[in-house]
Structures are given as C-alpha cells and as structure tokens.
Design a binder for this molecule. Structure first.
Ligand code: NAD
Ligand code: IPM
Ligand code: MN
Length: 331
C-alpha cells in the first residue's frame, strides 16, 4: 500500500491537485491519502506557512503532492514560502524538472531533457542581511555533500536514459570557489560511475542561449539552485509552458511532487487552470520515487493521447474539468 500526503496550498493548487489525486487513485486503487495544509492562507489562519503537523504527515507518508502557494513579494515578518520550508525541513536535496515536446502542442519536436536542480542551498539558504543601510548581502552556500548528492542522482538517472549526455551548468569563471566546488564534486562522482566521457560543461549564460536555440541537444542538465530555477522556467516553454511543467523534490526515501507553476491568482476560480503539470508531477512520483514504471507509462500515454485529441482551441473556460474527464477516460 502506498501513502500520499496531499498539500493543495493556495489559488489554483486547490483546483489542480484534486485532479492529480484522482488520476493517481485510478492507477493505484489502494492509495491512502492524507490531506495537509501549507501556504499563505494557512499562514494567515495559523501564523505558520508549514505547520509541524504537515511536516509530520509528509514524513509518515514518505511521498507528497504539493499544489502551489502564494507569497507576497515584500518581506512579511515570520513568513517564508512554504515550498522552501518543505524542501529544507524534509532534506529534499534534488529537484527533477523534465521538459519534453508534446505532439500538437509544442512548437518544437525532439526535446526530451531533464534538469536536475540542486534544491537545498546556493542563494536559497535564506541568509540575507543589511550590512549597512546601503549594502544588502546574500550568502551563497555550496557544499561538497549536496553537490555529490545531486551528482549521485544524476548518475543513476543517466543509466536509465538512452541518449545519456550530462551537462554541468555553472558560472565558475566568476565564482571559482562556489561554482568550482559544485562542478568538481559533481565530476568526481560522475567519474566514479564511469560516466566521464558523457560529461560536458557550460557556463549558465551560454546554456540559456543554447536552450533557446537548440534545446534538443540537451539531455541531463545538472546545476545549482538559482540557475536551475531560471533555466527550468525557460526550458518549460518547449514543453508547452507552465501549465505542463512538472517537478519532483527528491530526498532520501522521501519525495514531494510539485507543478513548477505558482498559485496563478489571475485565473484562480475560473476553471481554466491546466491540471496537467500537477498530473505529470504525480507521474514523476510513480516513475522515480515509487519506481512504478508501468503506471508512470500509462499516465504519460494518457496525457499524450489527450494532447493529441484536444486542439489548442479546446482549452478554455472548462480546461480543468475537460482535461480530467479526458484523462480518466483514457486510463
Ligand atoms: P504563476 O506560475 O502563478 O503564473 C504565471 C502565469 O502562468 C499566469 O498568467 C498564470 O495564469 C499562468 N499559469 C500558471 N499555471 C497555470 C496553469 N496550471 N494553467 C494555466 N495557466 C497557468 O506565477 P506568478 O504569477 O509569478 O506567481 C503567482 C503567485 O504564485 C506568487 O504569489 C508567487 O510567489 C507564487 N509562486 C509559487 C510557486 C510555488 O508554490 N511553487 C511557484 C511560482 C510562483
Ligand atoms: C519554483 C518556485 C520557487 C523557487 C519559489 C516559489 C520559492 O519558483 O519552485 O521554481 O524559487 O524555487
Ligand atoms: Mn521557479
């Protein structure tokens, strides 16, 4: 029996997560679901964006599905984006973000890449301070341990893929200590797995250009936290945009699936949210965390069938409901 902690969060998280849960329940009839709360609305009610009960529910289940949360752009005392707290507290050290071109939808064919984004450190350690009234300082932490951990995951995944190219993306020309440590630690692990012949590196600026110019040449991209954040939104364009971009926050024996998009306040409540990013994120749980490959393939085939049958014009006022009906019919 599999257990799943469901954290819909704010805005369209409340609309897309239930669809992904019903899809998972179709594929895993004995799935046991526990609901938990997190986010801005939760913070306003309880004074915490991630209550301890939510962390405990995640630990108990070992797997979760997160929707999205809203965050104000200005600092609010005591508030930190719930997803950052979850990643940190649950030691979800790797963020897996695949992008593939879908028939009939993407304006490019042949894209099938996977970004592995370091998920715990870099500029995301949350250590900012005002040194003086005119100088703000943010710390960037890169550790050998976290870098080796992501490279270890990259090695395991590379062995499952057919094209097997690994691109380390960094900015070691400007940041030789932090980015240099990341690159060297990754290389060491990849070498130990006999993969050095497949490893290549790019500076992040040129990687961004090449992801626009010739995305089909990338296979596995391994990079630090902020670079992975930016490059994964950019690359998601080739997979049909944010409405179709899935991700998996992945630790040791625990994982939290999460669409890349946010709470989309501009369309929340309109019925127009695309649930496929959340559904595909659930598919990553099946494939990578639970290693239920047959079910993961069934889910991907159902999404592919839906995208083939529904033209762009069919996505509109009833997107969330129509997509669910079409998916369930295909499973
Ligand atoms: P967003 O991803 O919420 O929305 C960007 C644009 O994409 C909007 O026009 C939105 O309507 C559209 N969009 C996003 N997901 C969609 C879907 N499934 N179907 C159809 N259209 C979709 O990003 P934003 O507007 O920059 O941020 C809104 C809020 O979400 C902010 O408070 C931000 O902090 C938060 N956010 C949270 C997460 C997260 O929880 N992981 C990620 C990004 C942003
Ligand atoms: C993402 C989001 C988050 C991030 C935000 C909401 C904190 O953009 O998951 O990509 O920056 O990691
Ligand atoms: Mn992001």
């Amino acid at each position: 029996m599999r257990r799943l902690c469901v954290i819909p969060g704010d805005g369209i998280g409340q609309e897309v997560v239930p669809v992904a849960v019903r899809v998972l329940e179709r594929l895993l009839p004995d799935l046991q679901v526990t609901e938990a709360e997190a986010g801005w609305d939760c913070f306003q009610r309880l004074g915490q964006s991630v209550p301890e009960a939510t962390l405990q529910a995640m630990r108990d289940c070992g797997a979760g599905l997160f929707g999205a949360v809203s965050s104000p752009s200005n600092a609010v005392a005591g508030y930190r984006s719930a997803i950052l707290t979850l990643r940190q507290q649950l030691a979800l050290g790797v963020n897996l973000r695949p992008v593939r071109s879908w028939p009939g939808l993407s304006d490019r064919s042949g894209v099938d890449l996977l970004i592995l984004r370091e998920n715990s450190e870099g500029l995301y350690v949350g250590k900012e301070h005002m040194a003086t009234a005119d100088l703000a300082i943010a710390e960037c932490h890169i550790s050998r341990q976290a870098s080796e951990h992501i490279a270890q995951r990259a090695s395991e995944i590379a062995k499952l893929r057919t094209s097997r190219r690994i691109t380390l993306v960094h900015k070691a020309n400007v940041l030789p200590l932090t980015c240099g440590l990341f690159r060297d630690s990754c290389r060491k692990v990849l070498d130990a797995h006999g993969l050095s012949a497949l490893v290549d590196e790019r500076l992040v600026d040129v990687a961004a250009l090449q992801l626009v110019e010739r995305p089909e040449e990338f296979d596995l991209i391994v990079t630090t936290n902020l670079f992975g954040d930016v490059l994964s939104d950019l690359a998601s364009h080739w997979g049909g945009g944010l409405g179709l971009a899935p991700s998996l926050n992945w630790g040791q024996g625990i994982a939290l699936a999460e669409p890349v998009h946010g709470s989309a306040p501009d369309i929340a409540g309109s019925g127009r949210a695309n649930p496929l990013a959340a559904v595909l994120s659930a598919g990553l749980l099946l494939r990578y965390h639970w290693q239920l490959i047959e079910q993961a393939d069934r889910l991907d085939r159902a999404v592919e069938g839906l995208l083939r049958s529904m033209g762009k014009a069919d996505w509109g006022k009833h997107t969330t409901r129509r997509a669910e009906q079409e998916l369930i019919a295909r499973l």
